[in-house]
Design a protein around this ligand. Structure first.
Ligand SMILES: NC(=O)c1ccc[n+]([C@@H]2O[C@H](COP(=O)([O-])OP(=O)(O)OC[C@H]3O[C@@H](n4cnc5c(N)ncnc54)[C@H](O)[C@@H]3O)[C@@H](O)[C@H]2O)c1
Ligand SMILES: [Zn+2]
Length: 371
């Protein structure tokens, strides 16, 4: 990303070392770009308090004057109210344009703290320390930041690349099991949509990955970050459509989340079932051989993830959400579909009847109208 490029550092037990690395980065800041420091504000949530404290101690040791603010945990914290809390803290420090915001937490903390950093004083530098698997492989890389509005998720936001992504794999040790597995769904997504070799290695190491073995996780997280970074490089601000490939499984997933009510399924669980539907759809429209679907679903099942939507959700309701989704164009829907393992592309004008058939088929319902 040229001058907006940054390093992604993956380690284990590395939180305290961030302070020294940032001090080095601050010294190396080229003339003409914003100087970093000497102040930094660490943002965490109630579940990442100990990690935020470790980072803050490291920053102090690295010569920064640090302060911290903790948000409420969970998606409801992705609000303008939380952003205002961060602004207040920055104003009281007082922050200047070199003051760094350091987000320590999952995607929620990253999105909120990143958005505050994008807008305070027309943009201050920020660093992200992701502590959920989803954040490590997805939200921490790419510079999309923002908060929710009562009328829609992520309606308010900006593009603001961090100065660094600092991943400590040992933070995953305290993540609740469902949250961890939910992150694995996004990992499988990268394998199916972008990288067959990654998919092979997930199959080969499913057990150590499921038990969060950092030795197995390191290369996998690194590969996912590389894949995300490559897509972001090609389409930094989502203008060319290239970034759409990262939405594999997500058109179905968003519909499941809406029909079930947000909070019933974790995002990754909805994505897993969404990928199962998308793969079936790809097979049905003749764009993909069936073994892709089988291998994908077997791996998802080994990670304890769902491979079908809840049978009580009416296909018509799911379809209705997809229709009102901005992606639908007059009776035709758009999906990212795999063509083989490691390759997927946006397919325009998918017949709604094929989608309905897939939703019924996946539940073993008797065939309705066949397209
Ligand atoms: N910006 C992007 O490009 C992007 C991409 C994908 C998702 N997102 C956003 O990310 C959010 C979801 O992120 P998430 O899944 O990380 O959710 P999250 O941030 O809510 O974290 C999940 C839960 O785990 C807790 N937690 C975090 N780290 C922990 C740890 N190490 N140990 C114990 N508990 C821990 C959190 O407090 C929370 O309760 C959504 O708002 C989504 O819109 C953004
Ligand atoms: Zn996702």
């Amino acid at each position: 990303l040229g001058p907006r490029g940054y390093e992604i550092v993956i380690g284990a037990g590395s939180l305290a070392a961030l302070g020294h690395r940032l001090r080095d980065l601050a010294r190396a800041t080229a003339a003409g770009s914003l100087r970093l420091g000497p102040r930094a504000l660490v943002v965490g949530d109630e579940n990442t308090r100990t990690y935020a404290t470790a980072v803050l101690d490291g920053l102090t040791a690295g010569g920064f004057a640090g302060d911290a603010v903790l948000l409420r945990e969970g998606e409801t914290a992705k609000s303008l109210t939380a952003v205002a809390t961060i602004y207040d803290k920055l104003a009281s420090m007082p922050a200047d344009r070199g003051t760094m915001v350091v987000a320590v937490g999952g995607g929620v903390v990253g999105d909120v703290a990143g958005f505050a950093a994008a807008t305070y004083a027309r943009g201050v530098p920020w660093v992200v320390v992701p502590t959920t698997l989803l954040a490590m492989v997805d939200s921490a890389v790419g510079g999309k930041v923002g908060v929710n509005h009562p009328r829609g998720k992520n309606l308010i936001g900006a593009f603001h690349q961090p100065r660094a992504v600092w991943i400590d794999l040992t933070t995953l040790g305290t993540l609740p099991e469902r949250e961890y597995r939910s992150g694995l769904a996004e990992v499988v997504k990268y394998g199916v949509a972008l990288d067959a070799e990654l998919f092979d290695s997930l199959e080969a190491q499913a057990e150590p990955l499921a038990r969060r073995d950092t030795g197995a996780l390191g290369p996998v997280v690194a590969r996912c970050c590389e894949l995300k970074a490559r897509v972001v490089e090609e389409d930094e601000q989502e203008t060319t459509g290239r970034r759409a490939v990262l939405n594999y499984g997500h058109t179905f997933a968003h519909a499941f989340e809406a029909v079930a009510g947000y909070g019933r399924w974790l995002h990754g669980e909805a994505v897993a079932a969404g990928m199962a539907c998308a793969a079936r759809l790809a097979v049905r429209v003749g764009q993909c051989p069936p073994d892709v679907e089988h291998r994908q679903n077997r791996l998802l099942a080994r990670f304890g993830l769902p491979t079908r939507p809840d049978g009580h959700w009416l296909a018509a309701a799911v379809l209705e959400v997809m229709r009102t989704d901005k992606k639908a164009v007059s009776g035709r829907l758009r999906f990212v579909l795999p063509s083989r393992l490691g390759a997927a592309a946006l397919v325009e004008r998918v017949d709604e009847r094929a989608v309905i058939a897939v939703l019924h088929e996946i539940h073993g319902d008797p065939p309705h109208e066949s397209p």
